[in-house]
Ligand binder design. Structure first.
Ligand code: ZN
Ligand code: ZN
Length: 125
């Protein structure tokens, strides 16, 4: 049986089950992620078809660029996920995962956009 990771927002309205073999954790340092997460965005990526979402009615979707939209919880404001148009997968915020993930940051994205107040997180090999 496939091991699942469980994610939930701060208020508990939104729950997500995703396969433990989801890609990541990836750390995106781009300007969009900085503005929306208040920091870099650490996430896991999985095919939409492999993700079980409950409480999706609580999500508010925001078109964050021409090619991506992001969902946050309308009650607690937790940044839940990002969807790149036609990519067929969701990027789930790593901080929402409950319990140990067994994962490390494996890749940094948009390093050149990183602000000057932190060093790039170490990447596991
Ligand atoms: Zn919430
Ligand atoms: Zn980003």
């Amino acid at each position: 049986m496939t091991r699942t990771l469980h994610a939930s927002c701060h208020c508990g309205a939104v729950h997500i089950d995703l396969p433990a073999e989801a890609a990541g954790i990836l750390a995106c340092h781009c300007g969009d992620c900085q503005k929306m997460h208040g920091n870099f965005n650490a996430f896991l990526a999985a095919p939409v078809a492999a993700i079980a979402l409950s409480g999706g009615d609580a999500l508010i979707w925001y078109q964050s660029s021409e090619t991506a939209r992001r969902a946050f919880c309308g009650t607690c404001g937790a940044r839940v996920l990002k969807e790149v148009t036609d990519a067929g997968r969701w990027l789930i915020s790593a901080g929402l995962i409950d319990g140990p993930t067994g994962k490390r940051i494996v890749r940094n994205l948009w390093e050149q956009s990183k602000p000057d107040w932190y060093d790039l997180p170490e990447v596991a090999r």
